[in-house]
Design a protein around this ligand. Sequence first.
Ligand code: ADP
Ligand code: ZN
Ligand code: ZN
Length: 656
Amino acid sequence: MQNFYYSVALPTPLRQLFTYHSSTKIAPGSRVAVSFNRRNLVGFIIKSCPKPNFKTIEIKEILDKEPTFDNESFQTLIWIANYYHHSIGEVFNNFLPPKLRKINFVLEKIANSETNTQVIKGSKTYDLTPDQKNVISQIQQSKGFDPTILHGVTSSGKTEVYLQLTEKFLKQDTSIMILVPEISLTPQIYERFRSRFKGNIGLYHSKRTDKERFECWQDCKSGNTRILIGTRSSLFLPLQKLGLIILDEEHDPSFKQHEGVRFSSKNVALKIAQDRDIPIVLSSATPSLQALELVDSKNYKFLSMPTRINGDLPPSFILHDTRTATKKAGIDISLFPIIQKTIDRGKKVLIFLNQRGFAPLLSCNACSWSALCKNCSVKLVFHKEDNILLCHKCQKKYEVPKKCPQCASGKFHYYGVGTEQIESELKNEFKETPLIRFDLDTTKKKGSLEDVLKKISDSNSAILVGTQMIAKGHDFSEVELGIILNCDQGLISHEPNAIEKLSQLLIQVIGRVGRSGTSKVIIQTDYPDDKNLNALKEGNYLRFSKYLLGEYKRLKLPPYVSIALIRTKSKDLNASMSFLRDIRSSVEASTNAHCIGPLPAPLNKIKNLYRNYLLIKDKDLIETHKTISKINAAIGKTIEDKKIQWSIDLNPSDYS
Ligand code: ADP
Ligand code: ZN
Ligand code: ZN
């Protein structure tokens, strides 16, 4: 019997393909079951290959009646593996719904079905503003791959633009993919689409069940679903005749995956649009410096919607000096009367603090002991409601000690403030006012996010306390006062992109506030003279980001240089450091790249694994790819040592 030979990618970190044979012809992109090191794995057919001169194993089962990934997705996935220097098998696996990752799951051929998605008759549409009209007509005129960076301040009518664009692309019989950075943003946008379109609208993210995710995948494949709303895991859902990609809140770091394949959804979405030759819109109230640089260097279209629909001006922005302040739960008590006045007017107050829990540090009054996680190099956070100490990195829970483990004293002190503490203090202070906390702890149960959002929209005057979740894309009405508590951390951070992140966060929080002339945002700071804070004070993000781009160019920071972090995780600190030192030597011997490190990562230990990195800076991405290819070859030779997990983080968004 004739055998066919195939190069198969497997979901393992090994960056190579494996040869198997079968008596059947199998198309590239198909899933197959194979045996590997006495385990059964789902592999992916990459290509046919000649009969090798070693003995091969037979493919156990063909799991797809037609390839899971169509040819275009297949090509883009291979590109991702090359671009991010990652194992092809892990890349394919990453973008499958969980059911299709299972060895015993055979995918039958899916019949085509007609979509019945169309505009609901009588649904509320608007006469577009001139800005909205301009944006829609320019995007509609796009010929093939033609990226647009859309700057639109909060409430400038961006979502309405997405809705009307969707209608136009549906009429041309194409599908539309709308990507948002976080699950918490899906309910709001999904509802907006549901009240405009009847028929099937796909919703895909990791909080949906395996069954729901597979059904969504099937509906895309059959053509039943033509509108898809999802997070980065939806990038390769098999929408038929994809015609437009919209990436909302383009600047958000959550579009980057921080584990496994460290891809940027934005880069991948751009590549998908390029491969399929379709338009793509990257939209934000605070476009990333990367996006703005692309407008300069690649001539991407730049469109702006600089004013709010109702003509309201942005709130005024006050830097509030806290160097000598008396604080309660982190808030200067001199601000309490302003909070009260806002409530008395029947309006809402939003308090932003990027720390959940009650207090981020518990320590002994008598000696130097403080509560640390045994597995990670971080302090434990006290959660009062659950009466536990929690590690926010490995999620391990600890009992609150009765006595100090070091000196047996029974007196402890809680340092710092978290959202739970603000909630409980302000409940005492403003007894009549509803207090709504919006953070991971109050939204993690199924349905609780929707409950919190509903509670917010149902109440008139209220105090909202939240972490960065509250700053993102949500539309709250009647917020007249915003108080921002810990922006100083961003000012003193050493991360190269810290100021960019801080400026986006501040403008986003400001975006949640104020539709009336009296609204304001108060920023508590110990650095009221800081140059960046003062430049931002005008609230003109675009002007600020142009200035920042100039600074980054001068300081040779991304996006004007290209950075790759070689990250390691290992129980063996010395072995990782020497592994990274070897890489550094090989980089320095064979390239012009500039290295910093090896260094311990700021979060030096998580789950008992030491984390280190080597930062490699090149003049551009092309040079970075050359550098990485060289070290890949060198690593291939040196690393037999499986004790070190290593990964390449290209243009990191996070240096923790
Ligand atoms: P964004 O997504 O930029 O925050 P939205 O699309 O949500 O803005 O618009 C803000 C508000 O204005 C929404 O309540 C929306 O229904 C309404 N809106 C949008 N476009 C128009 C328009 N052309 N005329 C009147 N109201 C509009
Ligand atoms: Zn002690
Ligand atoms: Zn831990």
